[in-house]
Design a binder for this molecule. Structure first.
Ligand code: ADP
Ligand code: MG
Length: 231
């Protein structure tokens, strides 16, 4: 059974407050990071490795804040028309080194392509979160296969992994804010993807079996869909 996830709830007042604090914290963080990078470039001694660690943790803090802000308010800055497979290829190339590091083979194939009209960067962000999760769930020597199949009015993207899978109980919790099973997880990624894809009038479905793997299906309206009249 495919399970469609619909949980992009609206933020409450506390959530709005958290978003504004996250926003305010981002600026000083950027300044601190800039100066530390400068210091690191001049450092030849043993402090170099400490600065590397500090910078990497700062990067993590920044990523969490960006994720939260994107969840709170995804901004669709630039709507453009583009070839779907090209956007996926960008994400595929971006995540290839990450997959390699984990010993996971990442594949991408295009069965049929189409054009989309939306914010390309937001879409890429949504796909990065989904594919990254698939890689993280997959043990070394496993595979993650991305397949694009476009139909007349909609495009279907599947991300299939041979990873640890999820029980129905876990599947029921995915996409809820801050739900994570990882030591360094934030439990924000799926929420962000969900919110972005829903804003694009698309949907995300999960099919999963423990110890076998997970298949995520992202369905989006193709560009031509909006020109079709309702008969
Ligand atoms: P995070 O990655 O920070 O944990 P996410 O919102 O991206 O947060 O994912 C939430 C949880 O959903 C993960 O911790 C993991 O347990 C589960 N999950 C997501 N995708 C998969 C997948 N492809 N296979 C198995 N579990 C997954
Ligand atoms: Mg994640």
């Amino acid at each position: 059974m495919k399970q469609e996830i619909r949980r992009a709830e609206k933020l409450n007042t506390l959530g709005e407050l958290a978003a504004s604090i996250a926003h305010e914290i981002r600026n000083p963080l950027t300044v601190v990071k800039g100066f530390l990078q400068l210091m690191q470039r001049q450092e030849k001694g043993e402090n170099y490795q400490y600065l590397t660690l500090v910078l990497s943790e700062l990067g993590r803090a920044e990523a969490i804040i960006n994720d939260y802000l994107n969840f709170a308010k995804p901004e669709f800055k630039k709507i453009e028309s583009f070839q779907y497979s090209e956007a996926i290829r960008d994400v595929y190339l971006l995540l290839q080194p990450y997959a390699l590091k984990q010993g996971v083979s990442l594949y991408f194939q295009v069965a049929s392509d189409c054009r989309l009209s939306t914010d390309k960067n937001q879409l890429k962000q949504a796909l990065v979160n989904i594919i990254k999760n698939a890689v993280e769930a997959t043990p070394p020597a496993g595979t993650v296969s991305i397949t694009l199949q476009a139909k007349e009015s909609s495009a279907c993207l599947t991300v299939q992994d041979t990873g640890k899978g999820m029980t129905p109980e876990q599947l029921g919790r995915i996409g809820t804010l801050f739900y994570t099973t990882k030591d360094k997880g934030t439990g924000l990624g799926t929420m962000v993807s969900l919110r972005i894809i829903e804003t694009m009038n698309g949907k995300i479905e999960y099919q999963s079996e423990p110890n076998k793997g997970t298949e995520v299906t992202v369905t989006l309206p193709a560009e031509t869909a909006k020109f079709q009249t309702n008969v």
